[in-house]
Ligand binder design. Structure first.
Ligand code: CA
Ligand code: CA
Length: 412
C-alpha cells in the first residue's frame, strides 16, 4: 500500500515562457550519496530560470513527511544550469545515478539537458565525522586563586580548557583519509562579549581572547588533545573579574582544510556534523546555590541643608523655610546584608541643579557616577559600585544640589 508522505514543489525561481519550470520532468534515485542508509533522490526542473534549468537534491530520512510538510523547499542542494560557464540549456531534463564512478564509495550521478549535447557528471564528496569535545576545569571556577592549579602566582584567577579531537571515515576505499587537517578557532567568553562587548579572559601569554590554529589528526579513531589556559582579567587591582555573575561560554568552530591536493581522482571530504561547539562554566560565587545569589541591598538616604550656620537634617516632618539655606546635601548609602552582589547600583532623580562635588569613596567599596541628564532644574544620575559587594560591604555617595526636592531608587 502506498500513500503520499510529502509534497515537494520547485524553488521560487521563475520558469520559462508560461512561468512553469516543469519541476518533476525527471526524478531519479541517486543512491545513498551520504551513506546514512537512506536512499536519496534528485528532481529536475529543466524550464526553470528562462530555460536554463536546475536540479534539486533531496536526502532520504526516516521522517520524510515531517521534513517536507509545510517546507516545500527543503531540498539539500540546488544545482542550477547556470553554474556552467558555457550554459547547458534545459539542464535537469534527465537524471541517472546510483553508481560510484570514482570508487570513493559515495554514489555519483549524471544530468542531461534537452537543448544541449552536454551531460554533467556530479561526483559525491567523501564524508567524515569529526568529534570535538571541550571540557573546562575546574568547574565552577573558584574565586580563590590558591585553589587553582593553573594560577602561577596564586593571585590571578584562571581556568583550563581541554579539547579533544577525533574523526571517523564514513566511506571506504578512496573515500577514506589517513589523516585530516582542521582549521580550529577558539573564542573565550562569547556570551558576555556579544552582550556587553568585552571579555573577562585572555589566553595565557597572549593579549587576546581568541586564537586560531591548524590541527592535524593522524589516523581515524586516534584522539588529539590540546589544552589552553585562560587568565581572568581582574578589576581595579582585584583578581576577580568585574562581573562574576554572568555565565562563561567558550566557543570553538572548525572546518576541514584541503586534504587531497591536485589529484583529480580524489575529492576533498566534507563534515557530516556541526561545525561549532560551545562549553559553559560559571564562577563559584559561594552563594546558596550556583544559580541563585540572594543579595539584599539596603538603601538609606540622608538629606541635610547646608550653608551658613549649622547643618539642618531633613526628615519627613521637617519644615523647610524658604531661603534658610541654599544647598541640599544628599548622602546615599547602599549596603549588602546577604549573598555577594555584583554590579550593585542605584539611580536617582533630583529636581535640582547639581552644584557641588560628588564624593564616591565614603563606603567600603568605591563607586562611579554618571549623569545622563544634567541641567538647571533636573539631575538624573546613576552610581555603580566599582567592585562586588560582599556581605556587610557598602558603597556611599555624597553629592549636593541647589534646590530642595529629591527622590532615590535602588537596584542591584
Ligand atoms: Ca542518504
Ligand atoms: Ca563516487
Amino acid at each position: 500500500m502506498c500513500g503520499p508522505v510529502g509534497i515537494l514543489s520547485g524553488g521560487a525561481k521563475e520558469g520559462f515562457g508560461d512561468g512553469v519550470a516543469r519541476f518533476g520532468s525527471a526524478i531519479a534515485s541517486i543512491g545513498d550519496i551520504d551513506r546514512d542508509n537512506y536512499t536519496d533522490f534528485a528532481v529536475g526542473a529543466p524550464y526553470e530560470e528562462d530555460g536554463r534549468g536546475a536540479v534539486y537534491i533531496y536526502m532520504g530520512i526516516s521522517n520524510f513527511k515531517l521534513r517536507t510538510s509545510g517546507y516545500p523547499d527543503m531540498y539539500s542542494q540546488r544545482l542550477p544550469g547556470e553554474m556552467f560557464d558555457s550554459g547547458i540549456p534545459g539542464f535537469g531534463w534527465s537524471i541517472y545515478g546510483d553508481h560510484d564512478i570514482d570508487e570513493n564509495s559515495f554514489q555519483d550521478f549524471a544530468v542531461g539537458a534537452y537543448s544541449s549535447d552536454t551531460v554533467a557528471i556530479f561526483r559525491s564528496r567523501p564524508i567524515v565525522h569529526l568529534t570535538v569535545n571541550i571540557s573546562i576545569s575546574p568547574s565552577p571556577i573558584p574565586l580563590n586563586a590558591s585553589l587553582l592549579r593553573c594560577s602561577m602566582d596564586k593571585t590571578r584567577l584562571c581556568t583550563e580548557v581541554n579539547v579533544t579531537f577525533s574523526y571517523e571515515n564514513i566511506g571506504t576505499g578512496k573515500g577514506t583519509f589517513n589523516d585530516l587537517l582542521i582549521s580550529w578557532y577558539l573564542e573565550a567568553d562569547t556570551y558576555l562579549r556579544n552582550s556587553s562587548g568585552y571579555s573577562r579572559f585572555i589566553f595565557r601569554n597572549t593579549n587576546r581572547d581568541s586564537l586560531e590554529q591548524n590541527i592535524t589528526l593522524s589516523g581515524a579513531g586516534t584522539h588529539v588533545h590540546t589544552s589552553y589556559i585562560l587568565d581572568v582579567i581582574g578589576n581595579n587591582n582585584n583578581p576577580e573579574p568585574k562581573d562574576a555573575w554572568t555565565k562563561v561560554m567558550i566557543e570553538g568552530t572548525y572546518k576541514l582544510l584541503p586534504q587531497v591536493g591536485t589529484d583529480f581522482s580524489l575529492l576533498d571530504p566534507i563534515l557530516r556534523n556541526d561545525t561549532k561547539i560551545v562549553a559553559k562554566v560559571e564562577f563559584d560565587k559561594k552563594c546558596e546555590t550556583l544559580d541563585q545569589c540572594k543579595s539584599d541591598l539596603v538603601l538609606s538616604v540622608e538629606m541635610d541643608l547646608i550653608g551658613d550656620g549649622p547643618d539642618v537634617k531633613i526628615n519627613r516632618s521637617s519644615v523647610i523655610l524658604v531661603g534658610e539655606r541654599d544647598t541640599l546635601a544628599v548622602t546615599i548609602d547602599v549596603k549588602n546584608v546577604q549573598d555577594i552582589s555584583y554590579n550593585a547600583n542605584f539611580t536617582s532623580t533630583v529636581k535640582a541643579y547639581k552644584r557641588g562635588v560628588t564624593n564616591t569613596n565614603q563606603g567600603s567599596v568605591s563607586a562611579e557616577c554618571e549623569y545622563p541628564l544634567l541641567d538647571f532644574s533636573w539631575t538624573d544620575f546613576k552610581c555603580t559600585a566599582n567592585n562586588k559587594l560582599d556581605r556587610n560591604e557598602n558603597f556611599k555617595v555624597f553629592t549636593s544640589f541647589g534646590h530642595l526636592q529629591g527622590e532615590a531608587h535602588s537596584g542591584e
